[in-house]
Design a protein around this ligand. Structure first.
Ligand SMILES: *Cc1c(COP(=O)(O)O)cnc(C)c1O
Length: 359
């Protein structure tokens, strides 16, 4: 029997997707090969690649003047490559620090840019997003970077600032395709696939055309968005199996009714879980209500000496990978698209039962 999996990433995949991948593993639609064995330039893989691109564009409503790149290296690498791709002719980059991931990205950018921390919620323990009116933007920033869902801290940004001509760059690794996003508000958005879109190995970048010409000369060719775009993500071998798997997830999302439909399910899952935390003093959530992530729900037991018992009981009920990130402790339930509402119901039932058992 399959357990309910609350991993922060790599994370749960839809059962239907795994079943289809299993059934096609040895022989993809009668071609006599596994997807893993195909040339990335062959007819079969070209179809897989183009279909995934088209489905992604349709689901996220990506406008025509944006390119979709299928790269490797994950969110971490993309945060490092991004300044190299955008800093030509500029000195300063603005960063808003709302948790572990944006903090890491700002530090990495110091290698390539003068970094201005336009706002930070570190002093408050990363429990929210400073109001836009307090952001101290530079005059000539190459871009402003945000991480709009802080996976470790559980802080999600539901509104976007208006930056005028400065491109907004967003690391959306842990809430990509969890809800509709207005792509036209961004210069660039990117994320690894292993949280909401598939398996580790694929990183998806959505970049506006006019930003493809700003790379520093030191940017490695294989990591230059312009080169990747000009070669339709085939400058070097793309992560073929990860693209195939993402393609299956995209079809699954479309069948569910697309991003507006999955958003409603995600809202309900998050509501159930936060309501359970709020209803009791036994559990504590620290993120301000307006910024509570719908994807990553960190919570603490008021009495942390019970942590090990809580996790053992959860494991015994098939509720897996609930331990919080080592840097913040406590618990974290990641409830990405592929975690069904039944999983969240099983979790809140267990939380109530565990609390009663400790009385
Ligand atoms: C997981 C994550 C990353 C890192 O992804 P890797 O694939 O490990 O490089 C970066 N940013 C955010 C917001 C993440 O959730």
């Amino acid at each position: 029997m399959r357990a309910f999996n609350f991993s922060a990433g790599p994370a749960a995949l839809p059962l239907a997707v795994l079943e289809q991948a299993a059934s096609e593993m040895l022989d993809w639609r009668g071609c006599g090969m596994s997807v893993m064995e195909m040339s990335h330039r062959g007819r079969e893989f070209t179809e897989i690649h183009e279909t995934a691109l088209a489905d992604f564009r349709e689901l996220l409503q990506v406008p025509d003047n944006y390119r979709i790149l299928f790269m490797q290296g994950g969110g971490l690498s993309q945060n490092a490559i991004m300044p190299m791709n955008l800093m030509r002719g500029a000195k300063v980059a603005d960063y808003v620090v709302t948790g572990s991931w944006s903090q890491k990205s700002a530090r990495e950018a110091l290698k390539y840019a003068q970094v201005n921390i336009a706002a930070s919620s570190e002093a408050g323990g990363f429990t929210g997003v400073p109001p836009f009116s307090e952001w101290q933007l530079s005059d000539n920033a190459a871009y402003l970077h945000i991480c709009s869902n802080e996976t470790i801290n559980g802080v999600e940004m539901f509104d976007l600032p208006d930056l005028g001509h400065v491109p907004l760059v967003a690391d959306v690794s842990s809430h990509f395709l969890s809800r509709p996003m207005d792509v036209s508000r961004y210069g660039v958005l990117f994320g690894g696939a292993q949280k909401n879109i598939g398996i580790a190995g694929l990183t998806i970048v959505v970049v506006r055309d006019d930003l493809l010409d700003r790379a520093l000369p030191i940017c490695p060719t294989a990591f230059e968005w312009k080169t990747v775009a000009a070669n339709n993500s085939m400058y070097n071998t793309p992560p073929t199996y990860a693209i195939y798997l993402a393609g299956l997830v995209l079809k699954w999302l479309k069948q569910l009714g697309g991003l507006a439909a999955i958003e409603q399910i995600n809202i309900e899952k998050a509501r159930l879980l936060y309501a359970t935390i709020d209803a009791s003093d036994f559990y504590v959530g620290r993120v301000q209500a307006a910024f509570r992530s719908r994807m990553n729900v960190p919570f603490y037991l008021a009495d942390e000496s019970r942590n090990a018992d809580f996790l053992a009981g959860a494991q015994a009920r098939g509720l897996l990978q609930l331990r919080g990130h080592k840097s913040v402790g406590g618990m974290r339930a990641s409830i990405y698209n592929a975690v069904p509402i039944e999983g969240v119901k099983a979790l809140v039932d267990y939380m109530k039962e565990f609390e009663r058992s400790q009385a």
